[in-house]
Write a protein that binds this ligand. Structure first.
Ligand code: 0JX
Ligand code: SF4
Length: 345
């Protein structure tokens, strides 16, 4: 675990009011890691590369990641986001989002003769594979996750007859299984670690023979961003989380900040959503961002704070991240073929 390290960031020359602010103890705690995870980076680059490789439009089923700015930026480059495969014209290219899709979606795409590029995060695919394996062994699978979330819909679709959704500890009372000696829990990748463990404890109480997934389903990025926010929470009067409202992992960061002792925490898409009144009586502001959030939006928030005297920024470092994922295989194949064709010319 890392501690706090001071950092300086480009800021306008110190003004008398800036100096006064520093004396008043105004500071920012900036979480690390924050922002893009490996799965989001891969998915966003996949859309950009597909646009370059095949030309616009590229259809994307569901928001490629749950971030307004990312979606708008890709739309401006020629991506068309749709809710259902049926909206994609026959014979076009469709990409599936980082959150994953149910097998039936692949079938629908094949029926419409669509060329597919699957940008499902490999860590979501891992959970799909666990679901398929436990279902093939006839386990009842208790999938902890948020009802209606795209990832949960995709994972549930792998084994609808074996999966029961458990949406938080309060849902446990309603859960029934066929055989209490053959029950496993799995989870959505972007949940609160602590709340999930509460749910698991309640499930274990009800089903003592419940078994756990072979490895963590809540991914490394979700966990690291929560650890960093916990480290800053107790010291922060206010924690600003940058992220969109439909981003599960971003919403969880607000909850974790409050749980860790922050006096207040708010989710904003960008600096223009910050309310000046939130700064009343505040001297320490924590800043972080969800896994689907580009750094430019955090920079905008830091700039906004700096203009109000919050110029000193300390990094609260919880972990190093170096994981990367290669592009979806369909795209790699076509990029390779094009490179080979060019080298033969
Ligand atoms: O709503 P989520 O946190 O699952 O998705 P978002 O914000 O797009 O984050 C990145 C994609 C995560 C997939 O597991
Ligand atoms: Fe993959 Fe985790 Fe990022 Fe989701 S949050 S895309 S599971 S790395």
């Amino acid at each position: 675990m890392g501690g706090m390290t001071a950092t300086s960031r480009p800021s306008p020359a110190a003004t008398p009011s800036g100096d006064a602010a520093r004396r008043a103890g105004k500071r920012v705690l900036l979480a690390a890691p924050r922002g893009y995870c490996a799965g989001v980076d891969r998915a966003v680059i996949a859309v950009e590369k597909a646009l370059e490789q095949y030309g616009a439009p590229i259809y994307v089923r569901h928001e490629i990641v749950h971030n307004k700015y990312v979606v708008k930026t890709l739309e401006n480059k020629g991506a068309i986001f749709v809710d259902r495969t049926a909206e994609v014209p026959e014979g076009s290219i469709v990409m599936f989002s980082a959150h994953g899709v149910a097998p039936v979606v692949h079938e629908e795409a094949a029926e419409r003769r669509l060329a597919t590029i699957d940008a499902t995060c490999p860590l979501v695919t891992k959970v799909h594979k666990e679901a398929v394996r436990f279902a093939s062994e006839d386990y009842d699978i208790l999938l902890i996750g948020h009802d209606g979330h795209e990832e949960v819909i995709g994972t549930s679709g792998e084994a609808p007859d074996h999966i029961t959704l458990v949406d938080g500890p309060e849902d446990v009372a309603n859960v029934e299984v066929r055989d209490e000696s053959k029950v496993v829990w799995l989870s959505q990748t972007t949940l609160s670690v602590d709340e999930t463990m509460e749910t698991v404890d309640a499930l274990k109480e009800k089903f003592p023979q419940l078994i756990a997934p072979p490895s963590d389903d809540i991914c490394y990025a979700t966990q690291n961003r929560q650890i960093a926010v916990k480290q800053m929470g107790a010291d922060a009067d206010l924690v600003i989380v940058v992220g969109s409202k439909n981003s599960s992992n971003s919403v969880r960061l607000v909850e974790v900040a409050l749980g860790a002792g922050a006096s207040a925490s708010h989710l904003v898409d960008a600096a223009d959503e910050i309310d000046e009144a939130w700064l009343d009586g505040v001297s320490t502001v924590g800043v972080t961002s969800g896994a689907s959030v580009p750094e430019v939006l955090v920079e905008g928030v830091l700039e906004w704070l700096s203009q109000r005297g919050f110029e000193d920024v300390e990094i609260v470092k919880a972990a190093e991240e170096s994981i990367t994922f290669s592009l979806p295989k369909e795209l790699r194949r076509d990029l390779r073929a094009e490179a080979a064709a060019l080298s033969e010319k």
